[in-house]
Design a protein around this ligand. Structure first.
Ligand code: PRP
Length: 206
């Protein structure tokens, strides 16, 4: 039985391929896939999608396993089995704003790609804020005056730095995760266990 693995396109894709290669799996068909969105490689079928769509493909059982940033699990809470953390995709959620920001004298407006995480964070702090949902380049919002601050993922810190923003608070540290379809875990147990164990072995050594 083929095992279908959904991969998050972009930064996580590259890091997953390095990880998968380090476990002695053949990544050649994946490296040379061009613009193809599905790739057959030995017993695996890989599909390439945006993170939130990876969760959807796994939730609906199209993919058996998914490689996803924990940000997607926290923000969208998809109905999938959160199997294990993976040793890559490390970053943190941070509240960032322009340097030397004065304390707010009115309700703050916070821009983010993650409105649920942002809302939950400020609710826990007991501060009432307005949250503005953006789809990307969130760092623009404080610079252009759309928002007082942002809640966003920081990996290297380069985007913040090059746009004159600084971190005021850190919310969560996250990594990539391996998720699974709940039924596939039972039905395809024999096929999935060796892969899951290989992923785990690397995590333990680290
Ligand atoms: C993410 C994130 C930050 C940036 C952080 O955006 O939202 O903007 O990466 O990375 P850094 O700390 O290494 O600079 P992404 O590159 O996914 O693009 P987007 O803004 O279009 O969502």
């Amino acid at each position: 039985m083929t095992v279908c693995i959904a991969l998050t396109k972009g930064r996580l894709e590259k890091q997953f391929l390095d990880f998968f290669h380090s476990l002695s799996f053949d990544i050649e068909p994946l490296v040379n896939k061009g613009r193809k969105l599905t790739v057959q490689s030995g017993p695996f079928e890989f599909i390439f999608a945006k993170g939130v769509d990876v969760a959807t493909y796994v939730e609906y059982g199209i993919a058996d396993l998914g490689i996803i940033g924990e940000d997607i699990l926290l923000e969208y809470q998809p109905d999938v089995f959160d199997l294990l953390p993976l040793p890559f995709g490390y970053c943190r959620f941070a509240l960032a704003a322009e340097k030397n920001q004065q304390p707010a004298d009115k309700k703050r407006r916070i821009a983010s790609k993650y409105p649920n995480i942002t809302t939950a964070y400020f609710r826990k702090k007991g501060e009432s804020v307005d949250v503005v949902k953006l789809e990307g380049s969130v760092e623009l919002a404080p610079i252009l005056g759309l928002a007082d601050a942002i809640v966003d993922l920081v990996e290297t810190g380069t985007t913040l730095k090059e746009n004159g923003l600084v971190i005021y608070e850190e919310l969560h540290r996250i990594s990539a995760r391996c998720i699974a379809n709940r039924s596939a875990l039972k039905i395809k147990r024999n096929e999935l266990m060796p892969i899951i164990q290989a992923f785990q072995s690397k995590e333990e050594i680290k």
